[in-house]
Design a protein around this ligand. Sequence first.
Ligand code: S6P
Ligand code: ZN
Length: 187
Amino acid sequence: MSLLTPFTTMLDLADGVLTPQRKLVERTLGDMDGMYAVSVPESRRNEVVYRVSEIPVPPAEGNLLSSTTTIEPGTLEGEYHMTKGHFHAKIDRAEIYLTLAGEGRLVMATEDGEPAVEPMGRGTISYVPGGWAHRSVNVGAEPLVFLAAFPADAGYDYETIEEQGFPVLVLERNGAPEVVPNPRYRG
Ligand code: S6P
Ligand code: ZN
């Protein structure tokens, strides 16, 4: 068995920035066209919705991947800023989120379309069991920042969510978040 060398990363608890920064993915509203209830207007396509900083390790069974996600506050016509959401390609792989800053909702769904919504806030540890697709939604006025840890061989299945959506949406109604059925869900 070849061993990895131990290493340390610094995390800024307020904004999720990792030092050294190894792998950074930025998602704009344009990257997410088709995932919101309304289509993304040309004027907002370049707006960054969230950033994911990963601490890469080889995707072998037994290794642990970790990453921070920072979702900017805001909505697209009342639908809060959110991540794309995914099942894990190895669908039984679970995951833990530790929220560091901000206020959010963790929207989950099984392949059968059963939804679950859990609160995210500074200090919450969210457990995403295997078999549940997951999407994080920033419902606050500040960036939502969380640390994720999951098996390195989990992988990503984005296609299912791109095709079906989630069974529920989180919308801003009278200034507060409300979870409503997704009329466009195709599960
Ligand atoms: C990975 C974990 C998170 C997300 C990140 C962005 O398993 O769930 O690191 O990748 O929050 O979400 P998404 O859906 O764009 O990958
Ligand atoms: Zn995941």
